[in-house]
Design a binder for this molecule. Sequence first.
Ligand code: 13P
Length: 250
Amino acid sequence: MRKKIVAGNWKMNTLPAEGVELAKGVAAGRGEVCSCVNFIVCPPFTHISEVAKALEGSDIAIGAQDCATEAKGAYTGEIAASMIAALGCKYVILGHSERRQYYGETSETLNKKMAQAYANGLTPIYCVGENLDEREAGKHFDVVKAQIEEVVYNLTEEQFANLVIAYEPVWAIGTGKTATADQAQEIHAYIRKVLADKFGAAADDCAILYGGSCKPSNAAEIFAKEDVDGGLIGGAALKAEDFLAIGKGF
Ligand code: 13P
């Protein structure tokens, strides 16, 4: 049985006190959602510690939105995987399209970040997805294949067993434009095949999340698809009620 996951990527939103309120709201309503759903919240680095305290005693896990390529040292402004693990993070989002697009992340940097995540016991949520031009040119399959081959194919079997993938078409992120449930299923099934080509039957156990304008009104239809194992939620994760309602989509 694959894990069902609803993860909230808060991006660069909320001040610490707001983040704590949001986390408390999610924890307060969590009981209304099936315990089979694994909730993860990914606050900005600056409030991970306080959010972790607010979530003590709940089953809601915490993730970071990125980590450094190096273990420690003279890398001004960077946050090491060991630091976020020490604050209680279990997950780290890596390769988000915003980091690829605005901060020049490449497969080369992502291989290093993945290694740091695993060395510190974190489960990466590795993001893949095409932009609008690539989708319109029919290149979306090739784009996600390359993003997987260049990074995920370098993992050991043991590491792969501890990986979450998020498919996030760039044209659907923050645009209100969602992939249809059929479009999501088509590419999720393809991603699973690409994973199976390297890792065999273990690909059946890998959770593949959909991200991109996922909200309470469309989550159930998307999550009903065979190869969609949950969502990586941006905007709708900033309201506890909406985030929880997405979890009810299972
Ligand atoms: P939105 O849900 O705001 O479209 O963002 C999706 C996303 O990028 C999650 O990582």
